[in-house]
Unconditional design. Structure first.
Length: 58
């Protein structure tokens, strides 16, 4: 799997974990899910900057 796909998968995993946490009232999973979403989104933003600098397009 390439880096971009891994970063998107990390964000989606975080969303799922947060939703399970919301449904079960599990605050730890809610927090972990939000953190994973944030890390994935940040990595995706870095990918976009890298692509802009190098001239890559998807």
């Amino acid at each position: 799997m390439n880096d971009k796909a891994e970063h998107k998968a990390e964000e989606l995993k975080g969303q799922a974990k947060e939703k399970v946490g919301d449904a079960t009232g599990n605050e730890q999973w809610q927090a972990e899910g939000k953190a994973e979403q944030g890390k994935g989104a940040l990595k995706q933003a870095a990918d976009k900057v890298k692509d802009a600098v190098t001239g890559h397009k998807d």
